[in-house]
Design a protein around this ligand. Structure first.
Ligand code: HEM
Length: 133
């Protein structure tokens, strides 16, 4: 497999997994917040871990393939920082937050964080959709 082959396979795979992971998180969030038990069912949790692991592996493979330095390529560094924030917010939204209201706030904040990450990746700029010009 050549470099180009790897890139042309990995990039759409990464983007597809990014969208699938967001869709599953959004569905689970709505389920948990409306008291449906399937949102935290074992099979659903494992499907979510599987998708997220594949998404991160594809992202890291692209990172290595392109030889990027997240301290120089600030959009990538920003995306990795936001990913940590998204993981914390997602965990609070689905499980750890103590009240329903706090879970709802964390859920909405996690979705906003993910949407902003998408724009950071798309524009290759740490300010994402707020980048000047
Ligand atoms: C360990 C985590 C991640 C790493 C290392 C990573 C790395 C990368 C790399 C290296 C690229 C290729 C950029 C290029 O072609 O120039 C890329 C593309 C992309 N990533 Fe990620 N990514 C990660 C997670 C995510 C997440 C969580 C999202 C969603 C919010 C995301 C959204 C995207 C999108 C939309 C693109 C395509 C950008 C374009 O159109 O050029 N990535 N990622």
């Amino acid at each position: 497999m050549t470099w180009i082959d790897g890139y042309t396979v990995l990039k759409p795979l990464h983007i597809g997994l990014v969208l699938a992971s967001a869709a599953l998180f959004a569905l689970r969030g709505v389920a948990v917040l409306s008291g449906r038990r399937w949102g935290m069912a074992r099979a659903v949790r494992y499907a979510s871990y599987g998708l997220d692991t594949a998404l991160l592996l594809a992202g890291v493979s692209l990172w290595l393939l392109l030889g990027l330095n997240p301290l120089r390529e600030l959009w990538l560094g920003t995306k990795l920082g936001l990913l940590l924030l998204y993981i914390v917010l997602g965990s609070l939204a689905l499980k750890r937050a103590r009240s329903h209201q706090l879970r709802l706030i964390c859920f909405l904040a996690a979705l906003a964080c993910y949407a902003f990450m998408l724009s950071v990746a798309r524009f290759h700029h740490p300010l994402g959709l707020f980048a000047p010009g």
